[in-house]
Design a protein. Sequence first.
Length: 90
Amino acid sequence: MKQNLKYYVWVAAVALGVGIGGGTLQAAGAPFFQDQQQQPDYSKNPRYQQGMREGKDDRAHNLDHSKKRHFKKDEDNRAYEAGYQQGHPK
């Protein structure tokens, strides 16, 4: 009987330790994830607006990214994709 009691106490202690440790890691990592999820405001960017129009048009015609646009600047590509995703939500 003493062996079983020691085993259950040990299992409970390990489970409690893992639970506390996991909660601490999750709480410590939360601010970092919030910083990464901040996206720039592309709303006034003409490429964003173009992506939004084409996304809405594809949504209306039940198409899936029918026009793949590629621009010289990476920022324009990101703005277009952000607009497209906003106009054509999945």
